[in-house]
Design a protein around this ligand. Structure first.
Ligand SMILES: Cc1cc2nc3c(=O)[nH]c(=O)nc-3n(C[C@H](O)[C@H](O)[C@H](O)COP(=O)(O)OP(=O)(O)OC[C@H]3O[C@@H](n4cnc5c(N)ncnc54)[C@H](O)[C@@H]3O)c2cc1C
Length: 218
């Protein structure tokens, strides 16, 4: 089976960004006909597009080594009015800076202006980007084989994973379950996949609740 489920014209460079919410698309999946699920997962490949995640999140994603990545360039893409992810916990929080109460958005605007100022003064984008924060959004395309994908999902759907990459992993899993229920219905965090938690002292302590969540995930 070789399918393109979604089609979207993407440009990983030379594109001025607009603000958009998190988007997770399965661009393609190649599943050879093989007798066992294990072999099928070893040889199957899945290509995802993830758009609107923070650089903090993409940094965690690319730590997964057996995969190929193409990420939007900050060397060539103008980050004018750069879009950013605002964690819920910082919403409404003000910090006094240089005698002025400042919120997260205001600081991002300030950084954006500084970045633009540098570019206007002739600083190359590849150097001006040094002022850009982890919150800055990015777009990334990646391909994993089925084995690595399951490994990734087991780690990153777990409550221990950071909230943003967990959100991405859960969205990926929802898509995979819809398209390939036989392969992915049993996939989720280790407490669901293996039937027991592997996190030791760092366990969330709610395995039953989490298992129930992943049994019913659609
Ligand atoms: C909850 C959580 C917290 C984390 N916190 C931190 C942190 O504080 N600091 C930090 O630096 N990182 C952190 N990480 C990232 C973590 O250290 C790994 O970089 C990430 O999980 C990817 O590595 P991996 O071994 O899981 O699997 P992958 O890189 O996805 O590889 C999958 C498997 O392939 C095999 N493999 C891959 N590459 C090789 C190789 N070169 N040689 C041999 N075998 C290989 C291994 O069996 C590996 O388990 C965290 C991850 C999680 C899930």
């Amino acid at each position: 089976m070789n399918s393109i489920f979604y089609c979207k014209i993407i440009s990983l460079c030379n594109k001025t960004l607009e603000v958009f919410p998190l988007e997770v698309l399965l661009l393609s999946a190649n599943l050879p006909e093989l007798p066992s699920k294990e072999e099928l997962l070893r040889h199957a490949t899945f290509t995802f597009l993830v758009d609107g995640i923070s650089r903090a999140c993409s940094h965690q994603l690319v730590r997964h080594r057996p995969a190929s990545y193409s990420q939007q360039s900050q060397r060539y893409v103008a980050m004018k009015n750069f879009p950013f992810v605002e964690p819920e916990t910082v919403r409404g929080v003000k910090v006094e800076l240089e005698g002025k109460e400042m919120g997260f958005k205001e600081l991002m605007e300030l950084v954006g202006k500084f970045y633009e100022g540098l570019v206007e003064k002739g600083v190359p984008k590849e150097d001006a980007r040094f002022v850009l924060p982890n919150a800055c959004t990015t777009r990334i395309v990646f391909t994993m084989n089925g084995e690595e994908l399951v490994h990734f999902l087991r780690l990153r759907t777990c409550s221990r994973a950071q909230w943003e990459i967990r959100e991405v992993a859960v969205e990926m899993l929802k898509i995979l379950r819809e398209k390939f229920p036989g392969l992915f219905d049993g996939v989720g965090p280790n407490c669901y996949y293996l039937g027991y938690c592997t996190e030791g002292k760092k366990t969330c302590g709610r395995p039953e609740e989490v298992r129930e969540l992943f049994r019913n995930l659609k």
